[in-house]
Design a protein around this ligand. Structure first.
Ligand SMILES: C[S@@+](CC[C@H](N)C(=O)[O-])C[C@H]1O[C@@H](n2cnc3c(N)ncnc32)[C@H](O)[C@@H]1O
Length: 372
């Protein structure tokens, strides 16, 4: 078996492109559900901004917009909320300049092609009173400067800032593990990931503080942990199930052990106090509010009160579909495209087994920040 030599992880990080069966556009209902859960905090933040009046042109950025419908969904929510506030107060709504950001390999064209429908829908919902709205793409890493000094009023980002700028260096003690913490990992690995998140999130805040006007706001939603102690959870995460599926293929000689040993996901799910400490130390923003919530792994599961999933096989396949839309490019780059179908077939089976024991959920954190 030949080892597949991939590019650097951040050069290949993007969600599955296009509109096909395995695309992010077709498989991002979970992330939409996350946006809906964060909506009350988003609306409260915009309401609060209205007290300070809106500028003539309201400039918004969505960071880590990806290529699916979710980014334009949240942008239309923001525009509709502001229009509603202006209507209530008999004031003229502002014009909107919207910047959609993601890494350069993101499939921006799929979003751009859906812009005519987006503008049409906005016109229908706001009618005559709709003020002009201009959408453009801003490719680049949000761990670099993206916009001119003091040029933005509002920054939004959903399910993106838990992606680190890189895998932490010196993870020699993480053999067989692909993430920061599993029951078999070494605590130094966790510390290295935490340090990387502290550096990255701090950089993110500093850069945005240069781009956002004083008093401007930022609403960020990202994956998080419900407990301070990373070892204390008693059920596996999806990342651990992905690892189990990879190791399964190693046991059958389909993937080399060394390939798994040299692979680590550049993702970190922080605990709320870790987030608060970074915001406090970096000191450019005031934390106005922090909420947490959970969504089911299988976001198509309608009954939130049930404890058990009855059709576990379908649920396993649903979870595998959205997980593949996120992870396929980074996994194919490291392990080769040929293992992907088999890997996600096994992953779906393992998720189904897990769901037959309990209805698992993903934990999220949403924060509202104000530039000092
Ligand atoms: C799971 S998707 C979320 C997309 C969208 N916000 C949503 O909620 O559907 C995460 C996105 O973050 C982007 N991303 C990760 N790291 C980034 C970085 N450093 N700069 C810009 N975008 C990044 C990825 O490319 C990906 O498109």
């Amino acid at each position: 078996m030949k080892e597949h030599k991939g590019k650097d992880k951040m050069d290949v990080l993007h969600m599955n492109a296009g509109n096909g069966e395995t695309s992010y556009a077709k498989n991002s209902i979970l992330q939409k559900k996350v946006m809906l859960k964060a909506q009350p905090l988003l609306e409260d933040t915009l309401n609060d901004m209205y007290n300070e009046d809106f500028p003539k042109c309201f400039k918004i950025a969505d960071l880590g917009c990806s290529s699916g419908p979710n980014t334009l969904f949240v942008i239309s929510e923001i525009i509709n909320t502001i229009h509603g506030l202006c209507q209530q107060n008999n004031s003229k709504p502002p014009e909107f300049q919207v910047y959609l950001n993601d890494l350069p390999d993101n499939d921006f064209n799929t979003i751009f092609k859906s812009l005519p429908v987006f503008y049409e829908k906005l016109k229908k919902s706001r009618g005559e009173e709709l003020s002009p709205c201009f959408v453009s793409g801003s490719p680049g890493s949000f761990y670099d400067r993206l916009f001119p000094t003091s040029s933005l009023h509002f920054v939004h980002s959903s399910y993106s800032v838990h992606w680190l700028s890189k895998v932490p260096e010196r993870l020699d003690n993480n053999k067989g593990n692909i993430i920061y913490m599993t029951k078999t990992s070494n605590f130094h690995v966790f510390e290295a990931y935490l340090k990387q998140f502290q550096n990255d999130f701090s950089t993110f805040l500093r850069l945005r503080s240069e781009e956002i006007i004083p008093g401007g706001r930022m609403v960020l939603t990202f994956r998080g942990r419900s407990t301070a102690d990373p070892t204390s959870k008693d059920s596996p995460t999806l990342n651990e199930i992905l690892q189990e599926s990879l190791l399964n293929m190693v046991a059958e000689g389909l993937i080399e052990e060394a390939q798994v040993d040299s692979f680590n996901l550049p993702i970190y799910a922080p605990y709320k106090d870790e987030v608060k400490a970074i915001i406090h130390k970096e000191a450019s923003f005031t934390l106005d509010r922090l909420d947490t919530f959970e969504v089911d792994w299988d976001s198509r599961d309608k009954d939130d009160d049930k404890h058990y999933i009855f059709d576990k096989q379908t649920s396993g396949e649903n979870v595998a579909r959205w997980s593949r839309a996120i992870w396929e490019p980074i996994l194919a780059n490291h392990f080769g495209e040929t293992v992907i179908d088999e890997l996600f077939a096994r992953f779906a089976k393992h998720v189904a087994e897990h769901l037959s024991a309990e209805k698992a959920k993903i934990f999220s954190i949403v924060i509202s920040l104000r530039k000092k």
